[in-house]
Design a protein around this ligand. Structure first.
Ligand code: CTP
Ligand code: CA
Length: 235
């Protein structure tokens, strides 16, 4: 027969990948957003598809097209992303949180476009915290609800005088409670919108980290290889 049966280390597995940047509405025409291009998430989806996985791609705002061959859901806000992850990652094998999720959102969303006033003043925008999608997925699983057994976080970090990029990464991995954390070192011209990247994969079980500098496709290959090994090892 001419049917192509998927093969590769993730054949028969379902991988959920979030990508792009969330947009938090302020009024019907305005939002708070970020510069995430979605490129890393698309590269991860392509690597997972090449490894034989069935891919559910949850895309927030992106400057690139979603991956061909994946089941694509589009979202805008962090709340929409959370709802999509909780409904789509149940009964799957892997959740990869590559999306750049807003930490804060306007506490009030105006129903009508905010207008200028004659007194020359400007409004003050009060922010509130967004839900933590990754931490909620981990908590959902801990509560016994269906959720991917392998959850992977991403972190863009900068080092400073007190701690290195990897110190911050290890602390974040422990705080989030996921199985793996992919750490990017960010500088002024690094990561956002770029094709080259440098990633370090940290493992919750204390295994030695993996490091790779190269294209986003190469970095995605390293992450998906590590994910496949984790899936094969079982719970
Ligand atoms: N993340 C999430 N929900 C949020 C914020 C972040 O799911 N509200 C996820 C991101 O998709 C990423 C991981 O958490 O996989 C780490 O994001 P990061 O912004 O590095 O971590 P934060 O916990 O937001 O900490 P920080 O204060 O350093 O931004
Ligand atoms: Ca954050």
């Amino acid at each position: 027969s001419g049917e192509s049966v998927p093969h590769g280390p993730l054949a028969g597995r379902t991988v959920v990948i979030t990508a792009g940047g969330t947009r938090e509405p302020l009024d019907p025409v305005r939002y708070l957003g970020n510069r995430s291009s979605g490129k890393q998430g698309v590269a991860l989806a392509e690597a997972a598809l090449a490894a034989g996985a069935c891919v559910r791609f949850i895309g927030a705002a992106m400057s690139v097209a979603p991956p061909a061959g994946a089941d694509v859901t589009r979202v805008e806000s962090t709340q929409e992303l959370l709802d999509a992850v909780l409904s789509q990652a149940a009964d799957t094998d892997v959740l990869i949180m590559a999306a750049a999720v807003a930490d804060f959102r306007p506490a009030q969303v105006a129903e009508a476009k905010i207008k200028k006033t004659d007194d020359g003043g400007a409004p003050t925008i009060v922010l509130e915290r967004t839900p933590d999608v990754l931490a909620t997925a981990v908590r959902t699983r801990a509560a016994g609800e269906s959720m991917a057994p392998v959850i992977v976080g991403f972190a863009a970090e900068t080092g400073d005088a007190t701690s290195s990029v990897l110190d911050y990464g290890r602390a974040k991995l422990a705080r989030k409670g996921c199985e793996m954390l992919v750490v990017n070192e960010v500088g002024t011209d690094k990561v956002f919108g770029q094709d080259l990247t440098e990633v370090t994969v940290l493992f919750a079980d204390g295994r030695a980290p993996l490091h790779r500098a190269g294209t986003k496709a190469e970095a995605a290959g390293v992450v998906i290889e590590a994910v496949a090994a984790e899936v094969a090892a079982g719970p």
